[in-house]
Design a protein around this ligand. Structure first.
Ligand SMILES: [Fe+2]
Length: 259
């Protein structure tokens, strides 16, 4: 969690030692805190699969949704990320973890953030959000406006998975225009998220609307399909595009690194 008062710059210190490799900016690796890994054994198993696939680090982004997971706050996630990191050290596994959160957008979330703090990604001003309301009510824009006005950088996770709505494309253009960044999920390429998600993820990649692509890692068993989606994107869009969105963009935009 980072308190933003003025025009905040990313904290470079956390990324300085980072070896070149893929970074998953959206993951549910922390055990037993949401619908991700159910215990630490699964967390370690998932991380070993990520390492084999070329990942060097993950930002832990458990769901922050008070109605479903009332105990999930930034301080708790920071503490549990440190615990998982210690377990990796004890097991001799070299892998970077940072804390964050995936903030469910709903009417009233700003009041919750004012009381409980704003969970940011790895000491950057970035705030990962998800939205399942396909209606694009006015409050959605107001939440983004509040974050931007307070010098946070909102990121909307996997917009391609939102309920299909005739206004979705236009609204995505509007939120990008106001300064919101978009993050796509690799698995949407496989069809497992539905036909519409497969179409929209390709359109957003083609139009260069995504700032990042992520695995949105949950339990280790789900990684096969997520890696399949990444492979499909490599075949359709080229390795350079995937590297930019998973290796270089997180370094620049979250860790403030030149490379
Ligand atoms: Fe997620």
């Amino acid at each position: 969690m980072v308190e933003i008062s003025e025009h905040a710059e990313p904290d470079h210190s956390s990324g300085n030692q980072l070896p070149l490799g893929l970074i998953d900016i959206h993951s549910h690796l922390i055990p037993a805190i949401d619908d991700g890994c159910i215990d630490v054994t699964e967390s370690v198993e998932a991380i070993q699969l990520l390492i084999r696939a070329g990942y060097v680090g993950s930002i832990c982004t458990p769901h922050i949704w008070p109605q479903q997971f009332p105990r999930n706050t930034a301080p708790r996630i920071e503490e549990l990320t440190r615990e998982l990191d210690s377990r990796l050290d004890a097991d001799g596994i070299t892998y970077q973890l940072w804390s964050g959160g995936e903030v469910r957008l709903y009417e009233g979330i700003v009041d919750w953030l004012k009381v409980n703090g704003v969970p940011t990604l790895a000491c950057s001003p970035c705030v990962l959000t998800d939205l399942w309301d396909g209606g694009w009510n006015r409050w959605v824009i107001e939440v983004f406006e509040w974050l931007l006005a307070n010098h946070y950088q909102p990121i909307l996770a996997h917009p391609e998975r939102m309920p299909p709505s005739r206004g979705t494309w236009r609204m995505l253009q509007d939120v990008v225009q106001m300064g919101v960044w978009l993050q796509g999920n690799f698995r949407s390429f496989t069809g497992e998220e539905g036909y519409n998600a497969g179409q929209l993820v390709r359109q957003l990649v083609f139009e260069q609307q995504f700032k990042f692509m992520a695995l949105d890692t949950h339990r280790p068993g789900s990684l096969v399909g997520r890696f399949d989606g990444m492979q499909l994107m490599v075949e359709e869009c080229g390795q350079a595009v995937v590297d930019e969105l998973t290796m270089y963009a997180p370094r620049r935009h979250i860790f403030g690194m030149s490379q």
